[in-house]
Ligand binder design. Structure first.
Ligand SMILES: C[S@@+](CC[C@H](N)C(=O)[O-])C[C@H]1O[C@@H](n2cnc3c(N)ncnc32)[C@H](O)[C@@H]1O
Length: 353
């Protein structure tokens, strides 16, 4: 027998649904604030919409409407008496400056993904996927912007020390490869801080690799280089003492071959250090994770579809620890330690053969 929907619960759900739409809208408003320098202008001092607009060199009418969204969204405070707007210092930490706690750049994820939404809808109907090439060049830009400050603030002091003895080995001089290096900022930072070690970044994306090379040149690095390589076909030689991958397994066409190749390319005593989204492989265990809808959405709109576009495994962003452990074990790693990365989103897999 058909159940009659409970009116109160319908209302509650409708409210919740509109809350989700509102969060999406606010994300795009944050994106605009980040791109136009409005958060920096606000952080300077509480002010009227006109003076904030002037400070940022923007049109006041647009800024005032944007401030409406910011105030009602709980991001900016408004004093009706003086008609001034203020960014609380705690919010400024998350939206301005160069610390890894500035999340402003991450907001561009929505507009970047939304541009491919019609193509993904086609895939729901016909199968297949949207290839990486259709996400360039703005995916490269987004990925760089959303990880750059994290690497700046936490790679050397937060991530690498999670593998016992690794900073000391890097300081003494070892051979390092980063698989799916993107724009190569991680490689370049490590090369700068560990001049006795040599570094190579591999990626299939020419635009990303070029970015990495240009940055290495501008930093005057002689121990960092980049090559366009399909990491599923990484050769057994040369050997590396450290292989890293940052957010670069789950969207591979052939992650099993990539991991086997990484295991084979490790020198005796070598370490594979992989950063992947923190999730369970079981849907029911992700229900309490507030970031899980983000991971599954990111997967549908990018990570899974780029893999499926090539007839790949389509593991998805929330492939999770159990599946990752199975892939790593099948690849030949016998010791796999999983630790929390700094911040709530990622886990680090520290693997040895
Ligand atoms: C999510 S991005 C991560 C990039 C980078 N590690 C970072 O932290 O910004 C994944 C990267 O893997 C690269 N990639 C995907 N499949 C690849 C393959 N078969 N061989 C080499 N790189 C690949 C993509 O081009 C992309 O740059």
């Amino acid at each position: 027998m058909e159940q009659t929907p409970d009116r109160k619960r319908v209302q509650e759900f409708a409210r919740k649904l509109f809350g989700h739409y509102t969060s999406g809208m606010l994300t795009m408003m944050v994106d605009i604030g980040h791109k136009t320098g409005l958060f920096e202008a606000l952080a300077t001092a509480p002010d009227t919409s006109q003076r904030i607009a002037d400070r940022a060199g923007l049109d006041e009418r647009y800024v005032r409407e944007w401030l409406g969204a910011m105030v009602t969204g709980g991001i900016v405070q408004y004093d009706p008496g003086s008609e001034t707007f203020a960014l609380p210092p705690e919010h400024a930490v998350c939206l301005t400056g160069t610390s890894s706690r500035n999340l402003g750049a991450n907001s561009q994820v929505l507009s970047m993904l939304a541009r491919r939404l019609p193509r993904v809808v086609e895939c729901f109907r016909n199968g297949g996927g949207v290839p990486y090439s259709e996400f360039r060049p703005d995916f490269t830009e987004y990925q760089d912007a959303s990880w750059r400050l994290l690497y700046d603030g936490l790679l050397i002091k937060g991530f690498l020390p999670l593998a016992k003895g690794l900073p000391e080995r890097l300081a003494a001089g070892i051979r390092v490869a980063d698989l799916g290096c993107g724009t190569g900022h991680a490689i370049n930072l490590m090369a700068r801080d560990y001049p006795a070690s040599t570094f190579i970044g591999y990626d299939i994306a020419s635009d990303a690799i070029e970015h990495g090379r240009a940055e290495a040149r501008s930093m005057g690095l002689t121990n960092a280089r980049f090559e366009k390589v399909d990491v599923a076909r990484l050769p057994a030689q040369p050997k590396f003492d450290l292989i890293t991958s940052f957010d670069a397994i789950h969207d591979q066409r052939d992650p099993a071959s990539m991991l086997r190749a990484a295991a084979v390319a490790l020198a005796p005593g070598g370490v594979y250090f992989a950063v992947e989204p923190r999730a369970s492989s079981r849907l029911e265990e992700n229900v309490a994770n507030p970031f899980a809808p983000y991971l599954y959405g990111m997967s549908v709109l990018h990570c899974m579809t780029v893999s499926l576009a090539e007839g790949g495994a389509g593991l998805g962003t929330a492939w999770g620890e159990a599946t990752a452990r199975k892939f790593l074990t099948d690849a030949g790693f016998t010791s796999i330690d999983v630790v929390d990365a700094p911040g709530p989103q990622n886990s680090v897999y520290i693997c040895r053969r």
